[in-house]
Design a protein around this ligand. Structure first.
Ligand SMILES: [Zn+2]
Length: 247
């Protein structure tokens, strides 16, 4: 079972479903990001494009905005994950803590995906999104499972050690292979995935940043060429995602 855990729909003319149909991928997780192309646009497209042989999972994004949180709560049964994107949403650590306290008080225990690609914008500093800064969050909210998207970008070494230390942490492979293509950082990612024997790692393309099948071919080739065992590769490509959903 191959699941792409990290895809987006960014406009009405998205080719995501067409690509899914013709790819070797069995399912996708579509992540809605607040402020970009949102749930109310994505859900009708998902309903129109559901087929028997492909699975579609959905991730809702929430922010500090009460209206948004309430909207997500009304819909939350439909969603498999909740996404927080600190950089796009200009959320700092304390904001994320408040969101989690609110979620917990409402007994919403879905896995939380946090974008973890440190980058600067006008209102956001690189350091706000450094993986190691979230260590206390993993401890305080140890009843939640977290996925650090993009494996922490250039801080993937931190994420590797944190994956080894925190049972409730996962990371996805999206973006690294494109952003750092053919660099030592990309090689390190696969070294770490091999060291982890494929555990705690979720395959992701960050579509439309990369085409679905092209991303899969590239990352699969990387894992095979470094000599990963096929059952460890299977974990990355889908098993971990399904295990996380069934927690
Ligand atoms: Zn993304």
């Amino acid at each position: 079972m191959i699941i792409d855990s990290h895809t987006h729909i960014t406009d009405k003319n998205s080719d995501l479903f067409k690509e899914l149909e013709t790819s070797n991928i069995d399912g996708i997780n579509i992540i809605c990001v607040s402020g970009l192309f949102e749930e109310e646009n994505v859900i009708p497209m998902v309903n129109e494009n559901r087929t028997k042989d492909k699975q579609i999972y959905l991730t809702s994004s929430i922010s500090l905005d009460d209206f948004q949180i309430n909207k997500a709560f009304e819909n939350f049964d439909r969603f498999n994950f909740i996404k927080i994107h600190p950089r796009v949403q200009s959320l700092v650590y304390e904001d994320i803590r408040k969101i989690l306290i609110d979620l917990r008080s409402k007994h919403i225990l879905k896995p939380i995906i946090i974008d973890m690609f440190p980058y600067r914008t006008d209102r956001f500093r690189i350091n706000y999104n450094r993986p190691i800064n979230y260590e206390e969050l993993l401890i305080e909210f140890n009843d939640y499972n977290f996925v650090f998207a993009h494996f922490g970008g250039i801080y993937l070494r931190e994420v590797f050690m944190m994956l080894k230390c925190y049972k409730n942490l996962y990371a996805d492979t999206s973006l690294i292979t494109r952003y750092f293509k053919d660099s030592p950082i990309d090689d390190e990612l696969y070294y770490f995935i091999k060291r982890l024997e494929g555990e705690k790692v979720l395959y992701g393309s960050d579509y439309p940043e990369m085409k679905l099948q092209e991303s899969l071919d590239l990352q699969l080739k990387k894992m095979q060429s470094i000599g990963m065992k096929s059952n460890h590769i299977e974990r990355v490509l889908g098993k971990n995602f399904l295990d996380l959903l069934s927690c």
